[in-house]
Design a protein around this ligand. Structure first.
Ligand SMILES: C[S@@+](CC[C@H](N)C(=O)[O-])C[C@H]1O[C@@H](n2cnc3c(N)ncnc32)[C@H](O)[C@@H]1O
Length: 172
């Protein structure tokens, strides 16, 4: 399980400025961000590939709905006002994968995978909020956003001593 860290806290503090009816967090892990979402959205859904993280949330869960699946692939015929994620974003140069932090060869591949999965599940005014780290290949992400005609707005940026984190908002 991924325990809430600087990136989780940074994103959670932005998430709580948004309101709506139904929200999804992809890769919820401990449920820290999902709980922030549940303060301002009537229905919240969290997915994670790691069943044991979801089992842990169940011990204290209130109205969160949890699904163990890849990104948002198990969700059909449902649209969300907001989709949030703090994806694994470290470039993986090892020959084993830590699913909590490894984002693919350049660190951005899983972010793009989450994004592809999320795009079709937004309401017409829906928004995606995602965390991006300077440790991953952000140019590859920018080019994906441009090619898919997504509207991007930078919401907040924070320098840590080893990376720069930013939260971006995307609309279709
Ligand atoms: C960096 S952690 C973020 C956890 C939590 N959202 C937070 O901010 O504290 C990324 C999460 O994505 C999950 N994950 C990795 N690959 C996934 C996939 N293909 N589908 C769904 N979740 C995945 C991991 O298990 C992990 O819980």
């Amino acid at each position: 399980m991924y325990f809430p860290s600087d990136d989780s806290i940074f994103l959670a503090n932005i998430v709580n400025q948004y309101h709506g009816v139904i929200a999804l967090e992809i890769g919820t892990s401990s449920g820290y961000i999902l709980r922030e979402l549940s303060k301002n959205f009537s229905i919240v859904v969290g997915t994670d590939i790691d069943f044991y993280s979801l089992k842990h949330i169940l011990k204290t869960s209130r109205n969160e709905r949890l699904i163990c699946c890849d990104a948002a692939t198990a969700l059909r015929n449902i649209k969300f006002d907001m989709i949030v994620f703090n994806p694994p974003y470290l470039p993986n140069t090892k020959n084993y994968v830590d699913k909590t932090v490894d984002g693919g060869p350049t660190g951005i591949e899983l972010s793009i995978h989450f994004l592809i999965s999320a795009i079709g599940k937004l309401t017409s005014n829906g928004k995606i909020l995602m965390l991006v780290s300077s440790l991953s290949d952000t140019e590859k992400l920018d080019s994906f956003i441009e090619k898919n005609n997504l509207t991007m707005k930078k919401i907040c940026e924070k320098d840590l001593f080893y990376e720069t984190l930013k939260v971006i908002e995307l609309c279709i």
